[in-house]
Design a protein around this ligand. Structure first.
Ligand code: FAD
Length: 468
């Protein structure tokens, strides 16, 4: 390939390097330039308030084209953004003036129901994979949102409705095909490039572009699950966490303490009041699931009780593609939520006047905590609760105010150590990226980065600088 510096291209945008016409001639995938009608939609990502204008967006048709684009970025020195589902909170899936490598056309999925494994290309979303696997009564755990890409969520760890029963998404990752910075397509698993395979399981997009993953599947068919909404008092919040910790591992919960949105199934007088909006899955026998959710139902008279036996993919309701929230957040891990902590939570949510403010509490443990800390790059194996504080904002001035509230609230919840989950980080600086990789993990990741990406080509991410 003969691409050194960018040069002016035929769309009239003064860039150095390969022209858009040359790119179109070289690739089968779609090449979208600023002059194209589809450019505005193609550069937009899940979060609002991210307004970057890439020189070009390439929807690669296959792994060979991924390699072509990686080499183009390397040889031209242009910034490279890698996008699977586009849900990066830090805006990492779009570049200002660079190349967006959009994987959304990589949609292959082969399910081996007998062996309970699946090969999935990384343009698939969690919802698409989950629906397809459910046709066999099988599932791999992802997060709480269908439109999240399997690319980003897997490389960061993956915390969701099956975490306590089956572990993180990476605990079901058996192999990955990755295009590294030199343009090579490597097959990685426990035997092949085990160092790289280790780093991919939590290290994010630092080590290459994953084109496909092989996952383990579990029998998950009808589950007891859905949404339970309770009034948020300190007693209910503390009681909810205590019940979630006491529950068997089949039960994974996500409790959102928040102001009630005007949801049609909530009485009008509840709108704006403090609620615990809980999402729950009991991945096991339905009768046992009914018993498992009883203590939560008993915490207070539910404002809405939509827990019921359901097909697992029903946990992913349809989404509105035009929804682009503007939000700030802070993620942390906690060891306990006792009565005093619950009082702090309720007070902070009560006192804010943000259009939407929330702390999301996920009780962890179970299968995820039994994987040895050093087995994967995700090392917060023994954290008991993940908390994500977030507030919506309107406009830049409001953003600063909401950010200050988020930081203040997170500091009040902090239990003495700086720990973070990489997939919920925004643009927060190296100290916070390090917080995702405790102990020896950081040094080990930096050494592997130096081996596979010594020039830090993959830097538009929660960046791990190469050692040395
Ligand atoms: C509404 C919402 C709900 C969420 N819920 C959960 C949840 O329940 N559990 C959870 O664990 N996380 C959750 N997340 C966080 C989510 O896992 C991360 O934002 C994740 O990075 C999104 O992946 P993506 O592919 O959609 O995003 P993208 O923006 O496309 O990717 C994010 C970054 O990951 C890297 N990347 C993505 N794909 C590849 C690839 N194939 N190869 C190399 N690098 C790649 C790139 O560095 C990219 O910048 C949620 C996020 C949102 C916005």
């Amino acid at each position: 390939m003969q691409i050194n510096k960018l040069k002016p291209n035929d769309s009239g945008v003064a860039r150095k390097g390969v022209s858009i016409r040359e790119l179109r001639a070289a690739l089968n995938g779609r090449v979208i330039a600023p002059a194209d009608d589809s450019y505005e939609a193609a550069r937009s990502v899940f979060y609002g308030g991210i307004d970057k204008r890439p020189a070009v967006i390439v929807r690669a048709a296959d792994a060979t084209e991924v390699s072509y684009v990686v080499s183009l970025a390397r040889e031209s020195g242009v910034e490279l953004a890698v996008r699977s589902g586009g849900h990066s909170m830090a805006g990492h899936s779009v570049s200002e003036g660079g190349i967006v490598l959009d994987l959304s056309q990589l949609r292959g999925l082969q399910i081996d129901a007998e062996k309970r494994t699946a090969w999935a290309e990384t343009g698939l979303t969690a919802g698409e994979y989950t629906s397809a696997a459910a046709a066999y009564g099988l599932a791999t755990g992802f997060g709480d949102t269908a439109s999240v890409g399997i690319g980003g969520i897997t490389l960061g760890g993956g915390v969701g409705y099956l975490t306590r029963k089956y572990g993180l998404t990476i605990d079901d990752l058996l192999a990955a095909d990755v295009v590294t910075a030199d343009g090579q397509l490597l097959h990685t698993d426990a035997e092949n490039h085990p160092d790289l395979f280790w780093a991919l399981r939590g290290g994010g997009g630092n080590f290459g572009v994953a084109t496909r993953f092989q996952y383990r599947l579990h029998p998950v068919d009808t589950v007891m699950g859905g949404m339970l909404i309770l009034p948020a008092t300190p007693e209910v919040v503390a009681g909810f966490i205590a019940a979630a910790e006491a529950a068997s591992e089949e039960l994974s919960t996500i409790a959102n303490v928040m102001n009630a949105p005007p949801m049609p199934f909530l009485p009008a007088e509840v709108h704006g009041k403090l609620i615990v909006m809980a999402m729950m899955v009991y991945a096991g026998n339905v009768e046992a699931g009914q018993r498992a959710v009883a203590p939560f139902r008993a915490l207070a008279t539910p404002l809405a009780d939509m827990l019921r036996p359901m097909q697992y993919p029903e946990m992913y309701p349809p989404e509105d593609n035009s929804y682009h929230p503007t939000a700030v957040g802070h993620t942390l891990f906690m060891d306990h939520v006792d009565q005093a902590t619950a009082e702090t939570i309720v007070r902070y949510i009560q006192e804010s006047d943000a259009p939407m403010r929330v702390v999301q509490l996920r009780v962890l443990g179970g299968a995820m905590s039994r994987v040895p800390v050093e087995a994967t790059a995700f090392a917060h194996r023994h954290a008991r609760i993940m908390a994500n504080v977030a507030a919506f904002y309107t406009g830049l001035e409001d953003k600063a105010k909401r950010q200050a509230w988020v930081e203040d609230f997170a500091a009040a919840l902090s239990q003495g150590n700086n720990r973070a989950y990489v997939n919920f980080l925004g643009e927060e600086g190296e100290g916070r990226v390090r917080a995702a990789y405790p102990g020896e993990t950081w040094g080990r990741l930096r050494a592997i980065k130096a081996h596979y990406d010594p020039t830090n080509l993959f830097r538009l991410n929660q960046n791990i600088p190469p050692a040395g």
